[in-house]
Unconditional design. Structure first.
Lengths: 256, 154
């Protein structure tokens, strides 16, 4: 090997590195556009339902009836900090400060704490399990007690859960808690007992303004697919690639 | 040719085999039956989750006994709102038909949950009232029929 050979391999090395870096950059740049497509996901059999959720932030009036209905329907403990579904109010002040409030998860409604003249804008964000199809919580469960049902709902096997709290740490949306009486993890199961009986989940049933849309992502003519098509929808934390099936219309970047 | 295996290696191997055997037995005992048939979970858990009884009965149930209320509600702005949005879960009431089993909301605060003024509420979707100024000291239902809020009582 002469000096020429060394030069050659160095050139090759630099070229390959540049190619790889360019490729990574292209992949990185195209990622945001791809995120929603990935998130929508595709089940193996397009003939079966694949449930997703649409939430229209423009329509939400922050009454918190969804949070209340969820607690009543699913025997969620009344004390604050146990929620399967809750509402947050985001208030952006004129000086840019973001105030996030959720008194008792919005169960009793909201009282505006920031004076009107200081508000730049304000909106409500209902939150619940995103029913991810590549869910981090499912991946970390050491015993297989949380899983994705064939309908696309992330469920918990209460008899098999060992209460290790791994999934609570893993969920990037904070949607899980340990049930104080059952001592196992609890989360929104998309009212699996209702959707399997042909009913809507309780929080969708009681929403007075129709801000929440429950539907089948496989039904191309359905209400939910139309909602996603006609609105500029986003999922929460798309960079985490969780495969969230909860689509928000008018999601501001302040929402975490 | 005889291969010499040191006794400590034999002992280690023995422990390893024992460990694997005990591990296998414990795993077998702790893994539920049919585990992994549909995926990495217990298939029976699907039925367990589905077996839970609903508490919210849905408007189709309410309408069976209260068609008149349903009709009057349908004529006004509250028409698209489910009965159980205000009255809470009605399944128990639909079984017992006992008036104590259903929530009858009252008071200014209750209506204010939706109708109080708040910068986060879009005027397009809800009519907002200044609770501190609008007929203070009166109950909303003194003047408004909750099922037909625009139909004012005399």
């Amino acid at each position: 090997m002469g000096p020429k050979g060394i030069d050659n391999s160095r050139r090759k090395f630099i070229r390959n590195t540049a190619l790889a870096a360019g490729g990574a950059l292209t992949a990185f740049l195209t990622q945001p556009a791809k995120a929603l497509v990935i998130a929508a996901g595709k089940p193996a059999d397009p003939g079966t339902p694949w449930y997703g959720i649409g939430i229209d932030i423009d329509k939400c009036i922050g009454c918190g009836r969804c949070a209340r209905a969820c607690k009543i329907e699913n025997d969620v403990p009344d004390e604050p900090f146990y929620f399967r579904s809750w509402v947050e109010q985001y208030t952006i002040k004129n000086d840019g400060e973001v105030v996030i409030e959720a008194p008792n998860g919005g169960v009793g409604g909201f009282t505006q704490s920031v004076p009107d003249e200081e508000i730049f804008k304000s909106f409500f964000v209902p939150k619940m399990c995103n029913q991810c199809y590549k869910s981090p919580c499912e991946q970390v469960c050491p015993v297989g007690a949380t899983y994705l049902s064939p309908e696309g709902a992330v469920l918990v096997d209460k008899d098999h859960c060992i209460g290790c709290r791994y999934c609570i740490q893993a969920c990037p949306y904070g949607c899980r808690y340990i049930h104080p009486e059952k001592k196992v993890v609890d989360k929104c199961n998309l009212c699996y007992h209702r959707i399997t009986k042909g009913m809507q989940p309780a929080c969708f049933e009681v929403c007075p303004t129709g801000a929440r849309i429950f539907g089948d992502l496989n039904d191309r003519e359905g209400e939910l697919v139309a909602f996603i098509r006609e609105h500029n929808c986003q999922v929460l934390k798309p960079h985490l690639n969780t495969g969230s099936k909860l689509f928000y219309n008018s999601l501001s970047s302040e929402v975490k | 040719m005889k291969i010499y295996i040191p006794p400590q290696v034999t002992r280690l191997l023995l422990f390893l085999v024992l460990f694997i055997a005990i591990f296998t037995v414990i795993k077998r005992l702790l893994t539920p039956e049919n585990f992994g048939e549909l995926g990495h979970y217990r298939p029976g858990s699907l039925a367990d989750n589905a077996a839970y009884e609903p508490n919210y009965a849905g408007d189709e149930t309410c309408i069976m006994c209260h068609p008149d209320v349903f009709e009057s509600k349908g004529m006004d702005l509250h028409g698209d709102i489910s009965c159980e949005t205000c009255h809470d879960a009605g399944f128990r009431h639909s079984e017992s038909m006992d008036a104590t089993d259903i929530h009858i909301p009252a008071g200014r605060e209750f209506c204010g949950i939706c109708h109080s003024q708040n910068a986060g509420r879009s005027a397009n979707y809800v009519f907002q009232v200044d609770l501190k100024g609008h007929n203070t000291g009166k109950n909303c239902t003194d003047c408004h029929n909750p099922h037909q809020p625009w139909d004012l009582k005399e």
